[in-house]
Design a protein. Structure first.
Length: 313
């Protein structure tokens, strides 16, 4: 999202297609690489410290070990099918929408986009994506957290039936209609809009600092590093919103875990029961997830894979 993207393209309506394809390809590759880390992040954010101070997972590494031991290699990819299926439109919307809004908010061909307009473009792109992100995240979190809930139930002498993305979707649609798939939309919007407001301007500025190719576009490895740096920074900044979103969307609870009635209730109960530091649970893991995810996404996006596939390069 550097200077080369600010100038108005000769045929914007034609160039939108490769942007969408690039966003989809970038999302699939990125998610496939970092999904086990994302699963660990979800389980760390959802675990609640017991009255005796006992934790199911002591650390990121401990969560990895226990998950692998209990569920095997494929257990680390629970919920990945839903995520990979829906990440294509989600990333396509996010990356292409940001470029589109930057184009229309441009102050003139070749002009650097003012920071406030960059932030507005990013925020609008984040708002656009939640129509796909919310149901995707809801189903993904349920699948990712199923192993932790089942293990906690087993220790409490109870049994939790296995769930699948299909059975969960049917259950939500039956009980609450289509709105059931949009539980936690407010928290998702808080996270995604804020993330995009921070990420896109930061990435654009970092990317502009690096070396360029003869045509003025960024070197792929610099785009990767810029995506990693901007992604990890934005990820840590919005981690409190991500914790709230994760807890609101974790419909299947382990025995004894609290339930929440909206964002404010979740914030209040979390502060009361676990303190302020609870909002940064899984923060390091989330940074590790988001850094390569967006680094890979930006690299694929800027390499112009779709342009090669469509014969435009």
């Amino acid at each position: 999202m550097g200077k080369e993207q600010i100038s108005k393209p000769a045929t914007p309506e034609f160039k939108l297609l490769p942007k969408i394809i690039n966003g989809g390809i970038a999302g699939i590759i990125g998610v496939s690489v970092v999904f086990p880390l994302d699963l660990v992040k979800t389980r760390l954010q959802n675990q609640v410290v017991g009255p005796d101070g006992k934790k199911m997972y002591k650390s990121m590494l401990d969560c990895f070990k226990k998950t692998y031991k209990a569920e095997g290699y494929f257990g680390m990819y629970k919920g990945s099918a839903v995520n990979i299926l829906l990440i294509t439109p989600e990333k396509a919307i996010k990356l292409a929408a940001n470029d589109t809004f930057r184009h229309y908010l441009s102050t003139g061909a070749g002009q650097v986009l003012p920071l406030e307009r960059e932030m507005l473009a990013g925020g609008l792109a984040g708002a656009c994506q939640i129509i796909v992100t919310t149901p995707m995240e809801l189903l993904k979190i349920q699948m990712q957290d199923a192993g932790r809930v089942a293990l906690a139930a087993k220790e409490a002498g109870k049994k939790i039936p296995k769930i699948s993305a299909v059975s969960l979707t049917k259950e939500l649609l039956k009980k609450r209609g289509i709105l059931g798939l949009y539980q936690g939309t407010g928290a998702t919007a808080l996270r995604d809009v804020t993330f995009s407001v921070i990420y896109f301007p930061l990435f654009a500025r970092l990317n502009d600092l690096g070396p360029k190719r003869p045509d003025g576009t960024s070197i792929f490895w610099w785009s990767f590093l810029s995506g990693c740096a901007a992604g990890s920074t934005a990820a840590l900044a919005v981690n409190p919103f991500d914790v709230i979103k994760t807890r609101l969307q974790a419909i299947k609870k382990a025995p004894g875990e609290p339930t929440y009635n909206g964002v404010v209730d979740c914030i209040g109960k979390t502060l009361k029961n676990e303190g302020f530091t609870a909002f940064f649970k899984g923060g390091a893991c989330r940074m590790i997830v988001i850094a390569p995810l967006f680094g890979i996404a930006q690299t694929v996006y800027y390499l112009g894979v779709a342009e090669y596939l469509l014969g435009l390069k």
